[in-house]
Design a protein around this ligand. Structure first.
Ligand SMILES: [Zn+2]
Ligand SMILES: [Zn+2]
Length: 133
């Protein structure tokens, strides 16, 4: 009957709005997910608070106008410029950016990187050999 016809149309309209709700929900959860994986300030969390430290944790010289405080990008300690002369990339990636690290971490990170590069170069060497054959 006529009544049934209008009821069917009503259901179709309801379904259409439900579908658009779902896609909006999916977009929102994707944004949430992207916010989760974004490294926003994550690096800074383990840094020692500036207020808590007034001198270099390595050589003990007081920070001031002429002795600027720097953070080691690896351990996060507060150190003076003299004790953070090292610049090194923290990962073995080719395009990794070199960052400021303290003398202690310079040795630690360069050791870690040479180990990582050794591990990476071995299978790569095998592969290129196979390509030649
Ligand atoms: Zn220092
Ligand atoms: Zn360090």
């Amino acid at each position: 009957m006529g009544g049934n016809g209008s009821l069917t149309r009503g259901e179709e309209a309801a379904d259409a709005s439900k579908v658009s709700d779902q896609s909006a929900e999916r977009t929102k959860s994707l944004v949430d997910w992207m916010n989760l994986i974004k490294p926003a300030n994550g690096e800074k969390d383990h840094w020692v608070l500036d207020e808590a430290v007034s001198k270099c944790t390595s050589c003990g010289s007081d920070f001031g106008a002429f002795n600027r405080r720097h953070h080691c990008r690896n351990c996060g300690d507060n150190l003076c410029d003299k004790c953070t002369k090292g610049r090194i990339a923290l990962t073995a990636e080719e395009n990794a950016q070199q960052v400021r690290v303290c003398d202690r971490c310079m040795a630690e990170v360069s050791q870690r990187l040479s180990n990582a590069k050794e591990a990476v170069s071995k299978p790569a060497g095998l592969q290129s050999h196979e390509d030649l054959v």
